[in-house]
Design a protein around this ligand. Structure first.
Ligand code: ADP
Length: 242
């Protein structure tokens, strides 16, 4: 067990170094061309833009790594985040509002539909979870596509949150089994071109585990993807009090 943890840590460090090295190499290259005067004056603005976008990608990556390391630390010390009553519909509605601009930019419509669904959870982690799932549903979509955020209760009465898109889907079952791994991407160039870090779903998986919830993935090639998070029934303890 310790050995496999050690191996995973080594792999993660190697991946992080590689992911950081690529944008840094290109930042350094463009900056040097401007510095030495090798860049023609008419190229300076576009090189500046490239430096800016690579630096932004590094920032997103570092933020995701920090987030994961917080989640790792709280998992290993059993120091779980403060859990309080949260209505998933409030989280989902706000998330839809926040991401509407991104969706519009990708010519995708983003809607929320659902009923109040109370869980015990961490509002900030659930916001992050919702944002990561919606972000993917927008990025792995097509112009004219749709994203639907839903909350409610399953037939068995469990609160759930789901994000459904009619985007490109994940055709290969082998990929479907692995997308929650750190840095695993189906199409690396598409992920990078749309600003992905390869860590969004690894963060989602961690947050789901901290909430002792269950994660379901359905995906049809060319039809789209739906990810549903099903929670324990938070109302149980409330009803005993009454
Ligand atoms: P990334 O930053 O690359 O999007 P994620 O961890 O969020 O990293 O997702 C891992 C991979 O899973 C993505 O690179 C993409 O190939 C695939 N993926 C995630 N969400 C979807 C979706 N809604 N539709 C199709 N593919 C998806």
């Amino acid at each position: 067990m310790r050995e496999s943890n050690e191996k995973m840590r080594q792999e993660f460090t190697a991946n992080v170094s590689h992911e950081l090295k690529t944008p840094l190499t290109s930042i350094s290259g463009y900056a040097e061309m401007i510095e030495t005067g090798l860049a023609r004056p008419e190229d300076v603005a576009s090189f500046g833009q490239k430096i800016h976008s690579e630096a932004s990608r590094m920032l997103r990556l570092v933020n995701d790594i920090i987030q994961l390391s917080h989640l790792d630390a709280s998992g290993s010390t059993h120091d779980t985040p403060v859990m309080e009553p949260v209505d998933l519909s409030v989280i989902a509605r706000e998330c839809a509002e926040r991401l509407k601009v991104n969706a519009r930019r990708a010519y995708v419509t983003l809607n929320f539909r659902g009923e109040s669904a109370q869980v015990k959870g961490s509002p900030s982690l659930l916001e992050e979870l919702c944002q990561n799932l919606c972000d993917n549903a927008i990025r792995y979509n097509r112009p004219g596509g749709r994203v639907l955020l839903e909350t409610g209760r399953t037939r068995e009465g469990h609160p759930y949150l789901s994000v459904q898109d009619n985007g490109i889907g994940i055709p290969d079952p082998k990929d479907r089994a692995r997308i929650f791994e750190r840095f695993y991407r189906v199409d690396k160039s598409r992920s990078k071109a749309t600003g992905g870090t390869g860590l969004g779903l690894a963060i989602v998986k961690h947050i789901v585990a901290q909430h002792e919830a269950e994660l379901k993935l359905e995906s049809e090639p060319g039809q789209g993807t739906r990810i549903t998070i099903v929670f324990e029934n938070a109302d149980k303890s409330d009803t005993i009090d009454h």
